[in-house]
Design a protein around this ligand. Structure first.
Ligand code: S3P
Length: 173
């Protein structure tokens, strides 16, 4: 068995859902942002501030590659992991990529209560709208798409489990 890899824009629930899904499926949960913070010894906002976004993207790609050498994990990625083609390719090779979606209004609501994201500093609502447009289409490569808007964690986990079963039987695994 490979991995289940959750992608999606900031605030679509990748970390929360990843943790719940891993517990339900008895798989290991790995949050790529948390792993990067552990490796760097500081918060992502500090990495952006002190070393810049391109350093962050290099570390993100390197750690993604490293963790995908293992299998049997649910991996929650950061919203920008889809920016690099090499990342998109390795994710498709090493797991079932599931894209989580939410309405822009719900994303703004969710991220406004969590002020730790460097790319949303200033005016989170405006930044979300701008980045959302900039990244349109970048999550489309995933074979599975789940809308999380207005749904409970339990409901979303059930939908993902159903998609996992469907994908496995489709692939003949
Ligand atoms: C980012 C999303 C963040 C984090 C970093 C950059 C992005 O993760 O990786 O702040 O470029 O979308 P979340 O999607 O978990 O907020």
């Amino acid at each position: 068995m490979g991995n289940v890899i959750l992608i999606g824009f900031m605030g679509t629930g990748k970390s929360t859902i990843g943790k719940a899904l891993a517990a339900t499926c008895h798989l290991t949960h790995l949050d790529l942002d948390t792993y990067l913070e552990e490796q760097e010894g500081c918060a992502i906002a500090d990495v952006f501030r002190e070393k810049g976004e391109s350093y962050f993207r290099d570390r993100e790609s390197a750690l993604l590659k490293e963790v995908l050498q293992r299998s049997g994990q649910v991996i929650s990625t950061g919203g920008g992991v889809v920016l690099r083609q090499e990342n998109r390719e390795i994710m498709l090779q090493k797991g079932l990529v599931i894209s989580l979606h939410a309405d822009v209004a719900e994303i703004v609501r969710r991220v406004s209560s969590e002020p730790h994201r460097p790319l949303l500093a200033g005016n989170p609502a405006e930044r979300v709208q701008a980045l959302f447009r900039e990244r349109a289409g970048l999550y489309d490569f995933a074979p599975v798409h789940i809308d999380t808007t207005g749904k409970s964690v339990d409901q979303i986990v059930k939908e993902i489990e159903a998609a996992m079963v469907e994908e496995h039987s489709f692939r003949g695994e």
